[in-house]
Design a protein around this ligand. Structure first.
Ligand SMILES: Nc1nc2c(c(=O)[nH]1)N[C@H]1C(S)=C(S)[C@@H](COP(=O)(O)O)O[C@H]1N2
Ligand SMILES: [Mo]
Length: 440
Protein backbone atom coordinates (compact mmCIF):
# COMPACT_ATOMS: atom_id res chain seq x y z
CA UNK A 1 0.00 0.00 0.00
CA UNK A 2 1.14 3.54 -0.70
CA UNK A 3 2.38 5.41 2.33
CA UNK A 4 0.72 8.65 3.40
CA UNK A 5 2.46 11.69 1.97
CA UNK A 6 1.46 13.92 4.91
CA UNK A 7 4.69 15.21 6.45
CA UNK A 8 5.22 14.41 10.13
CA UNK A 9 5.67 17.53 12.23
CA UNK A 10 8.52 17.01 14.68
CA UNK A 11 8.73 20.59 15.85
CA UNK A 12 5.62 20.55 18.04
CA UNK A 13 4.89 18.96 21.40
CA UNK A 14 2.95 15.67 21.20
CA UNK A 15 -0.22 17.32 22.54
CA UNK A 16 -0.09 20.03 19.90
CA UNK A 17 0.40 17.58 17.07
CA UNK A 18 -2.50 15.37 18.15
CA UNK A 19 -4.92 18.22 18.86
CA UNK A 20 -3.91 20.24 15.82
CA UNK A 21 -4.18 17.46 13.29
CA UNK A 22 -7.43 16.15 14.78
CA UNK A 23 -9.06 19.59 14.75
CA UNK A 24 -8.22 20.16 11.13
CA UNK A 25 -9.23 16.66 10.13
CA UNK A 26 -12.53 16.77 11.97
CA UNK A 27 -13.58 20.11 10.50
CA UNK A 28 -12.59 19.08 7.03
CA UNK A 29 -14.61 15.87 7.33
CA UNK A 30 -17.71 17.69 8.52
CA UNK A 31 -17.33 20.17 5.72
CA UNK A 32 -17.00 17.44 3.11
CA UNK A 33 -20.07 15.65 4.48
CA UNK A 34 -22.09 18.86 4.16
CA UNK A 35 -21.03 19.73 0.66
CA UNK A 36 -21.07 16.22 -0.78
CA UNK A 37 -24.80 15.69 0.04
CA UNK A 38 -26.54 16.39 -3.28
CA UNK A 39 -23.98 18.05 -5.54
CA UNK A 40 -21.86 15.10 -6.64
CA UNK A 41 -18.13 14.57 -6.77
CA UNK A 42 -17.05 17.20 -9.34
CA UNK A 43 -18.87 20.10 -7.67
CA UNK A 44 -17.53 18.97 -4.33
CA UNK A 45 -13.94 19.15 -5.51
CA UNK A 46 -14.51 22.69 -6.78
CA UNK A 47 -16.10 23.73 -3.49
CA UNK A 48 -13.21 22.26 -1.50
CA UNK A 49 -10.74 24.28 -3.52
CA UNK A 50 -12.62 27.55 -3.02
CA UNK A 51 -13.17 27.39 0.75
CA UNK A 52 -10.15 27.51 3.07
CA UNK A 53 -9.58 24.09 4.58
CA UNK A 54 -7.33 25.38 7.34
CA UNK A 55 -9.34 26.40 10.36
CA UNK A 56 -7.02 26.41 13.36
CA UNK A 57 -3.35 27.30 13.30
CA UNK A 58 -1.26 25.25 15.72
CA UNK A 59 1.32 28.04 15.95
CA UNK A 60 -1.12 30.90 16.53
CA UNK A 61 -4.79 31.64 16.95
CA UNK A 62 -5.68 32.17 13.29
CA UNK A 63 -3.75 31.55 10.12
CA UNK A 64 -2.21 34.77 8.80
CA UNK A 65 -3.74 36.23 5.62
CA UNK A 66 -0.85 34.96 3.47
CA UNK A 67 -1.79 31.39 4.34
CA UNK A 68 -5.45 31.73 3.45
CA UNK A 69 -5.49 33.91 0.31
CA UNK A 70 -3.83 33.33 -3.06
CA UNK A 71 -0.33 34.75 -3.48
CA UNK A 72 0.77 37.25 -6.13
CA UNK A 73 1.51 36.06 -9.68
CA UNK A 74 4.83 35.26 -11.27
CA UNK A 75 7.11 38.05 -12.52
CA UNK A 76 9.80 38.01 -15.14
CA UNK A 77 12.64 39.29 -12.96
CA UNK A 78 12.62 38.64 -9.22
CA UNK A 79 13.31 41.12 -6.44
CA UNK A 80 14.15 40.65 -2.75
CA UNK A 81 11.34 40.70 -0.21
CA UNK A 82 10.10 44.20 0.57
CA UNK A 83 10.92 43.45 4.19
CA UNK A 84 14.59 43.35 3.18
CA UNK A 85 14.54 46.74 1.48
CA UNK A 86 17.04 48.14 3.98
CA UNK A 87 19.72 45.65 2.89
CA UNK A 88 21.56 48.00 0.56
CA UNK A 89 25.04 48.96 -0.56
CA UNK A 90 26.59 51.84 1.39
CA UNK A 91 27.19 54.49 -1.23
CA UNK A 92 30.02 56.90 -0.45
CA UNK A 93 29.57 60.42 -1.83
CA UNK A 94 31.03 61.02 -5.28
CA UNK A 95 34.09 63.15 -5.84
CA UNK A 96 31.94 66.06 -7.04
CA UNK A 97 30.11 67.36 -10.08
CA UNK A 98 32.96 66.83 -12.56
CA UNK A 99 32.71 63.06 -12.29
CA UNK A 100 29.63 62.09 -10.27
CA UNK A 101 30.22 58.40 -10.90
CA UNK A 102 33.66 58.31 -9.30
CA UNK A 103 33.70 56.59 -5.94
CA UNK A 104 32.56 53.42 -4.25
CA UNK A 105 29.55 51.59 -2.95
CA UNK A 106 30.11 48.83 -0.45
CA UNK A 107 28.68 45.36 0.13
CA UNK A 108 26.64 45.05 3.37
CA UNK A 109 28.71 42.12 4.67
CA UNK A 110 27.10 42.35 8.12
CA UNK A 111 23.61 41.54 6.82
CA UNK A 112 24.55 38.79 4.35
CA UNK A 113 25.47 35.16 4.95
CA UNK A 114 27.04 32.36 2.95
CA UNK A 115 29.82 33.23 0.51
CA UNK A 116 28.21 34.52 -2.68
CA UNK A 117 27.27 38.19 -3.02
CA UNK A 118 23.95 38.90 -4.75
CA UNK A 119 24.68 40.79 -7.97
CA UNK A 120 22.73 43.85 -6.90
CA UNK A 121 24.90 44.10 -3.77
CA UNK A 122 28.33 43.52 -5.36
CA UNK A 123 30.56 46.40 -4.30
CA UNK A 124 31.37 49.05 -6.90
CA UNK A 125 34.51 51.03 -7.52
CA UNK A 126 34.45 53.29 -10.55
CA UNK A 127 37.14 55.78 -11.50
CA UNK A 128 34.80 57.70 -13.80
CA UNK A 129 31.33 56.25 -13.53
CA UNK A 130 29.58 53.35 -15.25
CA UNK A 131 29.63 53.55 -19.05
CA UNK A 132 26.54 52.39 -20.90
CA UNK A 133 28.06 50.07 -23.49
CA UNK A 134 26.10 48.68 -26.41
CA UNK A 135 27.29 45.07 -26.70
CA UNK A 136 26.59 45.12 -30.44
CA UNK A 137 29.25 47.81 -30.86
CA UNK A 138 31.79 46.81 -28.23
CA UNK A 139 35.00 45.10 -29.34
CA UNK A 140 38.01 43.52 -27.65
CA UNK A 141 41.37 43.94 -29.39
CA UNK A 142 44.36 41.66 -28.73
CA UNK A 143 47.54 43.07 -30.25
CA UNK A 144 51.18 43.98 -29.55
CA UNK A 145 53.62 41.05 -29.40
CA UNK A 146 51.32 38.55 -31.13
CA UNK A 147 51.62 36.84 -34.51
CA UNK A 148 48.10 37.77 -35.54
CA UNK A 149 46.27 40.70 -33.92
CA UNK A 150 42.61 39.78 -33.31
CA UNK A 151 39.41 41.70 -32.73
CA UNK A 152 36.53 39.97 -30.99
CA UNK A 153 32.94 41.08 -30.94
CA UNK A 154 30.87 40.13 -27.92
CA UNK A 155 28.86 37.77 -30.11
CA UNK A 156 32.14 36.02 -31.14
CA UNK A 157 33.25 35.61 -27.55
CA UNK A 158 29.92 34.12 -26.53
CA UNK A 159 30.61 31.23 -28.96
CA UNK A 160 33.82 30.14 -27.22
CA UNK A 161 33.96 27.30 -24.69
CA UNK A 162 33.61 28.74 -21.19
CA UNK A 163 34.87 28.07 -17.69
CA UNK A 164 33.78 29.35 -14.27
CA UNK A 165 35.82 30.79 -11.42
CA UNK A 166 34.28 31.20 -8.01
CA UNK A 167 36.41 33.86 -6.38
CA UNK A 168 36.47 37.05 -4.38
CA UNK A 169 37.09 40.51 -5.77
CA UNK A 170 38.61 42.88 -3.20
CA UNK A 171 39.71 46.46 -3.80
CA UNK A 172 43.37 47.02 -2.89
CA UNK A 173 42.09 49.91 -0.78
CA UNK A 174 39.60 47.80 1.18
CA UNK A 175 39.83 48.27 4.98
CA UNK A 176 41.93 51.40 4.44
CA UNK A 177 39.88 53.14 7.16
CA UNK A 178 41.76 50.96 9.64
CA UNK A 179 45.14 52.30 8.46
CA UNK A 180 44.15 55.77 9.75
CA UNK A 181 45.32 56.85 13.21
CA UNK A 182 41.91 56.51 14.87
CA UNK A 183 39.46 53.60 14.49
CA UNK A 184 36.31 54.62 12.63
CA UNK A 185 33.07 53.80 14.44
CA UNK A 186 31.26 52.28 11.50
CA UNK A 187 29.79 49.01 10.34
CA UNK A 188 31.45 46.21 8.41
CA UNK A 189 30.28 47.59 5.06
CA UNK A 190 31.86 51.00 5.64
CA UNK A 191 35.19 49.57 6.79
CA UNK A 192 35.52 46.30 4.86
CA UNK A 193 32.76 46.30 2.21
CA UNK A 194 34.98 46.67 -0.87
CA UNK A 195 34.82 42.89 -0.97
CA UNK A 196 32.41 40.56 -2.74
CA UNK A 197 32.29 36.94 -3.89
CA UNK A 198 30.82 35.58 -7.12
CA UNK A 199 30.89 32.79 -9.64
CA UNK A 200 32.28 34.37 -12.82
CA UNK A 201 31.97 32.62 -16.17
CA UNK A 202 33.74 33.39 -19.39
CA UNK A 203 36.53 32.46 -21.79
CA UNK A 204 40.02 31.42 -20.62
CA UNK A 205 42.39 34.21 -21.56
CA UNK A 206 45.01 31.63 -22.59
CA UNK A 207 42.66 30.29 -25.26
CA UNK A 208 42.35 33.71 -26.92
CA UNK A 209 46.08 34.40 -26.60
CA UNK A 210 46.92 31.05 -28.20
CA UNK A 211 44.67 31.96 -31.09
CA UNK A 212 46.51 35.27 -31.54
CA UNK A 213 49.88 33.49 -31.12
CA UNK A 214 52.09 34.97 -28.42
CA UNK A 215 55.51 36.13 -29.70
CA UNK A 216 58.58 34.86 -27.86
CA UNK A 217 59.79 37.58 -25.52
CA UNK A 218 56.30 38.76 -24.55
CA UNK A 219 56.13 38.74 -20.74
CA UNK A 220 53.33 41.19 -19.90
CA UNK A 221 50.00 42.35 -21.17
CA UNK A 222 48.29 45.67 -20.73
CA UNK A 223 44.55 45.55 -20.00
CA UNK A 224 42.58 48.70 -20.84
CA UNK A 225 38.97 49.58 -20.06
CA UNK A 226 36.51 51.35 -22.36
CA UNK A 227 35.28 53.73 -19.64
CA UNK A 228 36.38 57.36 -19.71
CA UNK A 229 38.80 56.60 -16.84
CA UNK A 230 40.62 54.33 -19.32
CA UNK A 231 41.69 52.10 -16.45
CA UNK A 232 44.92 50.43 -17.58
CA UNK A 233 47.01 47.84 -15.80
CA UNK A 234 50.04 45.72 -16.71
CA UNK A 235 49.69 42.04 -15.83
CA UNK A 236 52.33 39.31 -16.02
CA UNK A 237 51.55 36.95 -18.89
CA UNK A 238 51.84 33.99 -16.50
CA UNK A 239 48.47 34.94 -15.04
CA UNK A 240 46.80 34.40 -18.43
CA UNK A 241 48.14 30.84 -18.40
CA UNK A 242 47.17 30.31 -14.78
CA UNK A 243 43.53 31.27 -14.17
CA UNK A 244 42.65 34.62 -15.81
CA UNK A 245 39.42 34.75 -17.80
CA UNK A 246 37.48 37.21 -19.89
CA UNK A 247 34.33 37.15 -17.80
CA UNK A 248 30.91 37.57 -19.43
CA UNK A 249 28.65 36.17 -16.70
CA UNK A 250 28.30 36.92 -12.98
CA UNK A 251 26.44 34.39 -10.85
CA UNK A 252 24.80 32.94 -13.91
CA UNK A 253 23.53 36.11 -15.57
CA UNK A 254 25.38 38.50 -17.86
CA UNK A 255 27.71 40.81 -15.96
CA UNK A 256 25.96 43.86 -14.53
CA UNK A 257 26.89 47.29 -15.99
CA UNK A 258 28.50 48.18 -12.63
CA UNK A 259 30.73 45.11 -12.85
CA UNK A 260 31.94 45.71 -16.41
CA UNK A 261 29.19 44.83 -18.89
CA UNK A 262 29.63 43.39 -21.42
CA UNK A 263 33.00 41.94 -20.32
CA UNK A 264 35.77 42.29 -17.80
CA UNK A 265 39.16 40.84 -17.12
CA UNK A 266 39.09 38.53 -14.11
CA UNK A 267 42.40 37.83 -12.36
CA UNK A 268 41.48 35.77 -9.27
CA UNK A 269 43.29 36.75 -6.07
CA UNK A 270 44.83 39.92 -7.51
CA UNK A 271 44.11 43.54 -6.51
CA UNK A 272 40.51 44.40 -7.41
CA UNK A 273 41.80 47.21 -9.61
CA UNK A 274 43.39 44.75 -12.03
CA UNK A 275 40.03 43.17 -12.87
CA UNK A 276 39.61 45.73 -15.62
CA UNK A 277 35.94 46.31 -16.35
CA UNK A 278 34.47 47.20 -19.74
CA UNK A 279 37.64 45.62 -21.18
CA UNK A 280 38.48 46.81 -24.71
CA UNK A 281 42.17 46.10 -25.30
CA UNK A 282 44.94 43.68 -24.38
CA UNK A 283 48.41 44.60 -25.59
CA UNK A 284 51.24 42.11 -25.21
CA UNK A 285 54.66 43.50 -24.41
CA UNK A 286 58.11 42.59 -23.10
CA UNK A 287 57.84 44.95 -20.12
CA UNK A 288 55.16 46.60 -17.98
CA UNK A 289 53.74 49.90 -19.23
CA UNK A 290 53.91 51.96 -15.98
CA UNK A 291 50.45 53.46 -16.45
CA UNK A 292 48.96 56.06 -14.11
CA UNK A 293 46.99 53.32 -12.38
CA UNK A 294 50.11 51.40 -11.35
CA UNK A 295 52.54 54.22 -10.52
CA UNK A 296 50.80 57.02 -8.65
CA UNK A 297 48.25 54.48 -7.46
CA UNK A 298 48.08 50.81 -6.44
CA UNK A 299 51.72 50.52 -5.43
CA UNK A 300 52.56 50.01 -1.76
CA UNK A 301 54.40 52.53 0.41
CA UNK A 302 56.86 50.80 2.73
CA UNK A 303 58.35 51.71 6.11
CA UNK A 304 61.80 52.29 4.63
CA UNK A 305 60.49 55.05 2.32
CA UNK A 306 60.45 52.96 -0.88
CA UNK A 307 57.38 51.83 -2.80
CA UNK A 308 56.64 48.30 -3.97
CA UNK A 309 55.21 48.25 -7.48
CA UNK A 310 53.49 45.30 -9.18
CA UNK A 311 52.64 43.49 -5.94
CA UNK A 312 49.45 42.01 -7.30
CA UNK A 313 48.37 39.25 -4.95
CA UNK A 314 46.14 40.08 -2.00
CA UNK A 315 47.17 38.73 1.39
CA UNK A 316 45.46 36.19 3.62
CA UNK A 317 42.66 37.86 5.53
CA UNK A 318 39.56 37.21 7.62
CA UNK A 319 36.84 39.21 9.24
CA UNK A 320 34.09 38.51 11.72
CA UNK A 321 30.92 39.79 10.08
CA UNK A 322 28.48 38.74 12.84
CA UNK A 323 28.74 40.30 15.38
CA UNK A 324 30.54 43.34 14.00
CA UNK A 325 30.76 47.14 14.27
CA UNK A 326 27.46 48.77 15.29
CA UNK A 327 25.62 45.40 15.29
CA UNK A 328 24.81 44.75 18.94
CA UNK A 329 24.97 41.40 20.70
CA UNK A 330 21.36 41.23 21.87
CA UNK A 331 21.75 39.15 25.05
CA UNK A 332 24.03 36.95 27.14
CA UNK A 333 24.18 33.27 26.21
CA UNK A 334 24.85 31.30 23.08
CA UNK A 335 25.61 33.05 19.78
CA UNK A 336 27.24 32.03 16.53
CA UNK A 337 30.34 34.00 15.59
CA UNK A 338 30.53 33.97 11.82
CA UNK A 339 32.69 35.62 9.20
CA UNK A 340 34.62 35.41 5.96
CA UNK A 341 38.19 34.37 5.20
CA UNK A 342 40.06 34.57 1.89
CA UNK A 343 43.52 34.63 0.37
CA UNK A 344 44.92 35.66 -2.98
CA UNK A 345 47.38 32.76 -2.70
CA UNK A 346 44.86 29.90 -2.66
CA UNK A 347 42.67 28.00 -0.18
CA UNK A 348 41.99 28.89 3.43
CA UNK A 349 43.06 26.03 5.71
CA UNK A 350 42.40 27.46 9.16
CA UNK A 351 40.56 30.28 10.90
CA UNK A 352 41.07 30.83 14.61
CA UNK A 353 38.82 33.02 16.75
CA UNK A 354 39.70 34.81 19.96
CA UNK A 355 37.27 36.49 22.34
CA UNK A 356 39.99 37.96 24.57
CA UNK A 357 41.96 40.06 22.13
CA UNK A 358 44.32 37.34 20.96
CA UNK A 359 45.38 35.73 24.28
CA UNK A 360 43.51 32.48 23.55
CA UNK A 361 42.35 31.07 20.22
CA UNK A 362 39.80 28.44 19.20
CA UNK A 363 39.58 26.93 15.74
CA UNK A 364 36.42 27.79 13.81
CA UNK A 365 34.56 25.42 11.49
CA UNK A 366 35.13 26.15 7.79
CA UNK A 367 31.98 25.76 5.73
CA UNK A 368 32.64 23.70 2.62
CA UNK A 369 33.35 23.62 -0.18
CA UNK A 370 36.52 25.61 0.52
CA UNK A 371 37.63 26.99 -2.85
CA UNK A 372 40.90 28.58 -3.89
CA UNK A 373 40.90 32.42 -3.90
CA UNK A 374 37.24 32.40 -2.86
CA UNK A 375 35.38 33.67 0.17
CA UNK A 376 35.21 30.97 2.85
CA UNK A 377 32.60 31.15 5.60
CA UNK A 378 33.71 30.25 9.13
CA UNK A 379 31.51 29.65 12.15
CA UNK A 380 32.02 29.09 15.85
CA UNK A 381 29.55 28.87 18.74
CA UNK A 382 30.23 31.48 21.43
CA UNK A 383 28.76 31.64 24.91
CA UNK A 384 28.78 35.29 25.91
CA UNK A 385 28.96 35.76 29.70
CA UNK A 386 28.02 39.43 29.47
CA UNK A 387 31.56 40.57 30.31
CA UNK A 388 33.39 42.87 27.88
CA UNK A 389 35.09 40.87 25.08
CA UNK A 390 37.55 41.52 22.23
CA UNK A 391 36.64 39.44 19.17
CA UNK A 392 39.29 38.64 16.57
CA UNK A 393 39.75 36.15 13.75
CA UNK A 394 43.03 34.99 12.22
CA UNK A 395 43.21 33.10 8.93
CA UNK A 396 45.91 30.79 7.54
CA UNK A 397 46.10 29.79 3.86
CA UNK A 398 47.41 26.68 2.15
CA UNK A 399 50.76 28.37 1.43
CA UNK A 400 51.29 28.85 5.17
CA UNK A 401 50.62 32.59 5.21
CA UNK A 402 49.12 33.72 8.52
CA UNK A 403 47.06 36.90 8.80
CA UNK A 404 49.22 39.55 10.52
CA UNK A 405 48.46 41.49 13.68
CA UNK A 406 48.18 45.27 13.47
CA UNK A 407 51.72 45.55 14.88
CA UNK A 408 53.20 43.10 12.36
CA UNK A 409 51.45 44.77 9.41
CA UNK A 410 52.46 48.26 10.56
CA UNK A 411 56.10 47.17 10.81
CA UNK A 412 56.14 46.58 7.01
CA UNK A 413 54.14 49.50 5.59
CA UNK A 414 54.50 53.27 5.82
CA UNK A 415 51.87 55.03 7.97
CA UNK A 416 50.82 56.70 4.69
CA UNK A 417 50.11 53.37 2.94
CA UNK A 418 46.41 52.66 2.41
CA UNK A 419 46.59 49.49 0.31
CA UNK A 420 46.61 45.77 1.11
CA UNK A 421 45.43 46.10 4.69
CA UNK A 422 44.95 42.50 5.79
CA UNK A 423 45.65 42.98 9.50
CA UNK A 424 43.53 41.28 12.16
CA UNK A 425 40.32 43.20 12.94
CA UNK A 426 39.26 43.64 16.57
CA UNK A 427 35.60 44.17 17.50
CA UNK A 428 35.11 45.16 21.14
CA UNK A 429 31.89 43.93 22.76
CA UNK A 430 30.91 46.13 25.74
CA UNK A 431 28.91 44.92 28.75
CA UNK A 432 25.76 46.41 27.20
CA UNK A 433 26.32 44.34 24.04
CA UNK A 434 27.35 47.24 21.81
CA UNK A 435 30.14 46.45 19.32
CA UNK A 436 32.85 48.92 18.34
CA UNK A 437 35.94 48.99 16.17
CA UNK A 438 39.16 49.10 18.24
CA UNK A 439 42.87 48.96 17.49
CA UNK A 440 44.84 46.30 19.36
N1 LIG B 1 37.63 50.04 -16.55
C1 LIG B 1 37.67 50.08 -15.23
N2 LIG B 1 37.95 48.94 -14.59
C2 LIG B 1 37.99 48.91 -13.24
C3 LIG B 1 37.75 50.11 -12.49
C4 LIG B 1 37.43 51.28 -13.21
O1 LIG B 1 37.17 52.35 -12.63
N3 LIG B 1 37.40 51.23 -14.58
N4 LIG B 1 37.86 50.05 -11.12
C5 LIG B 1 38.75 49.03 -10.60
C6 LIG B 1 38.77 48.91 -9.18
S1 LIG B 1 39.71 50.05 -8.34
C7 LIG B 1 38.20 47.85 -8.55
S2 LIG B 1 38.40 47.62 -6.89
C8 LIG B 1 37.36 46.89 -9.27
C9 LIG B 1 35.96 46.90 -8.67
O2 LIG B 1 35.13 46.00 -9.33
P1 LIG B 1 33.56 46.06 -9.07
O3 LIG B 1 33.13 47.49 -9.26
O4 LIG B 1 32.95 45.10 -10.02
O5 LIG B 1 33.36 45.63 -7.66
O6 LIG B 1 37.26 47.17 -10.64
C10 LIG B 1 38.44 47.66 -11.22
N5 LIG B 1 38.27 47.75 -12.63
MO1 LIG C 1 40.02 49.26 -6.19
Amino acid sequence: MKKSSVPVRTDLRADDVVVGVMEATRERRQFLKRSLGAAGAVAAVAAVAAVPVRAADPIGKDFPAWSTTPGTPMRSYGQPSKFEEKVLRTVTPSYGPISPGTGTSRTPLQTLNGTITPNGLHFERHHNGVPEIDPAQHKLLIHGMVKKPLVFTVANLLRYPMVSRTCFVECAGNSSANTLPKPAQANCAAIHGLLSGSEWTGVSLSLLLDEAGVEPGAKWFLAEGADSAAMSRSVLLEKAYDDAIIALYQNGERIRPEQGYPLRLLVPGYQGNMNVKWLRRLELAAAPMHTKDETSKYSLLLRDGTARQFDFQLGVKSLITQPSGTLNVPSKGLHEISGLAWSGAGRIVKVEVSSDGGANWREAVLQGPVLSKALTRFRLPWEWSGAPAMLQSRATDEKGHVQPTRAAWSAIYSPANRYHNNMIQTWAVAADGSVSNVYL
